[in-house]
Every structure is written in C-alpha cells, then in structure tokens.
Ligand binder design. Structure first.
Ligand code: ADE
Length: 240
C-alpha cells in the first residue's frame, strides 16, 4: 500500500518511521511519502490560507496548492482521505475498508478547514472519504491521519503474525468490548487473578470472558449492545 500525507506540518509524520507503520515499512508492506503543502505554493510567503467568503472567524485553506499536490499524487486507484471533524466517524469497519485500498492520500487541513472545491475536485479524480476521529476538535488533521494510519496498517495482510488476534480484539465486527486480561503473578498488591482463569476449565473460562465482555460493553458502550451481538453466544477467546 502506498501512503501519502499532505500537510503544512510534515514533521508531524516522523512517528511513521517508528512503531507499527515503521515495522510495516521495514517489511515492505507500505511505501510512505510526506509532502509539505507549502512546497506547492509560488509566492514569497508560501501562502496556504485566506479569509473566508461570506465573512466569519478564522482562515480557510486556499485551493491552488491542494490542486497542485493532487496533480502530483492522484491516480484513479487513489483514495483521498480528508481528516475533518465534520467527516464520517472513524471506526474498525472503516479501518478494514481502507486496508483494502492500494493508495491512500491523507489531506490534512488546518485553520477553519479547506476550501470545499478541493474536496469536490478530488471527487472527480479519485475516491474521497471525509473522516472524523471523533466528536471533538483538534487543531488540525495530522493526529487524526496518524491514528487512522495505525489502525489501517495493522490490518494489512502479512503485518500481524497471528491473524486470529485481529479477529478477536475489541471492535472487530462491531462486537463486544474486550474482556479484562491478567498475567503472572497470581496475586499482586492485594489483587488476585480471578480463580476461574487459573482453573484450567476452558469452557468456564470462555463463559466467564463472554460475561465480562457483555458487562463491560453494557457499562461503557451500551450503544454497541445490539440484539445480534448478544444472541451470538460465541465465546470471545483472546489469541495467545
Ligand atoms: N481535524 C480537526 N479535528 C478533527 C477530528 N476530530 N477528526 C479528524 N480531523 C480533525
């Protein structure tokens, strides 16, 4: 998968050399390119923003530098991701969908946003997704692009050693939240590992984990408890 990032803060993307995406790059699964939007300006001040038509607070990102960046980067096989608080909410389903694409271009806006014609124009040339990380406002789309990247890259075939651990974690298939996990020692600072997990009884362990997952989901994310999630009595088993 090829990944391009367009931003006025290219340094934001140095973490891509570390951690998960770094591992993916080392394995040859992703090919990462970062672009400074100001590199597509032609005036002395490398201007990327201007005042909004219709008035109002703040500045809007000008279309011309984006157009030139897209001239360089977009192909018919490209999916352009605009990170914006007014986009569709990012979730595991969307991460899995993006993981099937061969080329993602992340367009990271700042200020009050990007001139709408940039999005409309990109739609004429490629698939476009406007994506929000959540119902809060960040200073710009860079952190959102990094979070989306990490969620997508770990789903690429060949990235994870054990594909089962992907299928069984929280939010896979929009299911239940993950049950609590424990490791040695059996007692720590007065807190014990639940006895059932040390019983060696696999059926009881599976039933306990399912019950814990349901309880956690009911407490923290009741919106996820659809009848289909609860009807499915499949035990949730974490891969080792
Ligand atoms: N840019 C600013 N806030 C954002 C958010 N919540 N999600 C994605 N991009 C953003």
């Amino acid at each position: 998968m090829r990944l391009d990032y367009v931003s006025i803060f290219p340094d934001f993307f140095s973490p891509l050399e570390l951690s998960l995406p770094g591992k993916a790059a080392a394995k040859g699964l992703v090919d990462v390119h970062v672009h400074d939007l100001r590199g597509y300006t032609h005036d002395r001040h490398r201007t990327v923003d201007d005042t909004p038509y219709g008035g109002g607070a703040g500045m809007v990102m000008k279309p011309e530098p984006w157009g030139e960046a897209f001239d360089d980067l977009l192909a018919p096989t490209t999916t352009v991701v605009f990170t914006t608080p007014s986009g569709e909410p990012f979730d595991q389903r969307l991460a899995a969908e993006l993981a099937t694409r061969e080329h993602l271009v992340f367009a990271c806006g700042r200020y009050e946003g990007i001139d709408q014609r940039v999005v409309d124009h990109a739609r004429e040339r490629a698939e476009v997704r406007e994506i929000s990380l959540g119902d809060y406002v960040l200073n710009g789309g860079e952190v959102a692009a990094l979070a989306i990247t990490e969620a997508v890259v770990r789903l690429l075939p060949g990235f994870m050693g054990n594909a089962e651990s992907l299928a069984e974690e929280s939010h896979a298939d929009g299911g239940l939240l993950e049950y609590p996990v424990y490791t040695k020692p059996p007692e720590w600072r007065g807190h014990e590992v639940p006895a059932v997990l040390r019983s060696g009884d696999h059926a009881r362990v599976a039933a306990w984990r399912h019950e814990q997952a349901v309880r956690r989901t009911a407490e923290r994310r009741p919106d996820l408890l659809t009848p289909s999630v609860l009807d499915d009595g499949t035990p949730i088993v974490r891969a080792t």
